[in-house]
Design a binder for this molecule. Structure first.
Ligand code: BEZ
Length: 249
C-alpha cells in the first residue's frame, strides 16, 4: 500500500478494529472466480484475511504488501501463501500470474500509472485483474471537514489517497494495455467498530496526522452525517470503485 513506504502500519490495530475492510469485500472474490491451481497475486494483501479466502478456492496465492508487519500477520492467517515484500510501483515480476486481486489498496499507491503498468507486467496473456478501492467521492465528509478545519488555520490539506472516477481509472488501465470489461462506482456507508470511539479509531489508523490535534473538531463536523444515534455507531461514507480488466491473450 503505497503510503506505507513512509508509514509502517499498526497491523494488530488494523486486524482488531478494522475488520470491515475485508468483511465487506468477500463478494469481490466471486467476481474474480478463482479456480483450483490458478496462480493469483493479491496486491496490498494487508493482514491476509482475503488472501486466505482466495486460497479456499484451491488457487495458489501470493500476497504482496509494502508493510512488513502486515505481511507477518498475513503469514499467520494463511500459512500456505507465498509473500512478497514490495511496494507495487517498485515491484518487478519474476513470474507471471493468471490473475491479480486487490482490495482497498490501490487508493494508497501512486503513481497509479506505474501501479497499472506493474500489474500488467505481472499477468500472463489473457490474465485478469479484479480490484476494488476508494472511488471518486470516497470519504467525502472527512475530506470536507479536513479542508474546513485546516483551511480556518490557513493550512492546506494534503490528501494522501487517490480516488478516481470510472472514466479516469479505466483510461489508466487502458493506457497500460488492459481491456476494461466491468466497472461500478457505488456507495457503501460502512459501520465502524468501536462505538463512540469509531471515528477516532479510524483517524488513528488511516489519518493520524489529522487526528492528533483536532479530533473534537472532526467529530463535531461530521457527526450529522456519519454518526448513527440509534446504534451509537460511527459510519464511514465509503464509495467503492470496483473494476475488472483483462490482458489480451
Ligand atoms: C478506504 O478504504 O476507502 C480508505 C481507507 C483509509 C483511508 C481512506 C480511504
Amino acid at each position: 500500500m503505497g503510503i506505507t513506504d513512509t508509514v509502517e502500519w499498526n497491523a494488530s490495530l488494523y486486524s482488531q478494529r478494522h475488520s470491515f475492510v475485508w468483511k465487506s469485500a468477500e463478494d469481490l472474490i466471486a467476481l474474480l472466480d478463482p479456480a483450483p491451481g490458478e496462480q493469483i497475486l493479491d496486491v496490498g494483501c494487508g493482514t491476509g484475511q482475503l488472501t486466505a479466502k482466495l486460497g479456499e478456492s484451491g488457487a495458489i496465492i501470493t500476497g504482496l504488501d509494502s508493510s512488513k508487519t502486515m505481511l507477518e500477520q498475513a503469514r499467520v492467517a494463511y500459512p500456505a501463501g507465498s509473500w512478497i515484500h514490495a511496494s507495487l510501483p517498485d515491484y518487478i515480476a519474476h513470474e507471471q500470474f493468471d490473475a491479480i486481486f486487490s482490495n482497498a489498496a490501490l487508493h494508497w499507491i501512486r503513481p497509479p500509472e506505474k501501479a497499472a503498468a506493474r500489474m500488467f507486467d505481472a499477468l500472463k496473456p489473457g490474465g485478469r485483474l479484479v480490484a476494488e478501492f476508494g472511488g471518486a467521492g470516497n470519504t467525502a465528509s472527512v475530506l470536507k471537514a479536513a479542508r474546513e478545519i485546516f483551511g480556518e488555520r490557513g493550512e492546506t490539506v494534503e490528501v494522501p489517497w487517490y480516488f478516481p472516477g470510472i472514466g479516469e481509472y479505466a483510461s489508466v488501465l487502458e493506457q497500460a494495455g488492459f481491456e476494461v470489461v466491468y466497472a461500478l462506482l457505488f456507495d457503501r456507508m460502512t459501520p465502524l467498530d468501536g462505538g463512540e470511539a469509531g471515528l477516532a479509531n479510524w483517524l488513528e489508523m488511516f489519518a493520524p496526522q489529522w487526528r492528533a490535534s483536532v479530533l473534537n473538531r472532526f467529530e463535531e463536523k461530521v457527526r450529522p452525517t456519519l454518526y448513527d444515534e440509534q446504534s451509537g455507531q460511527w459510519r464511514m461514507d465509503y464509495r467503492r470503485l470496483r473494476i475488472a480488466a483483462r490482458k489480451r491473450a
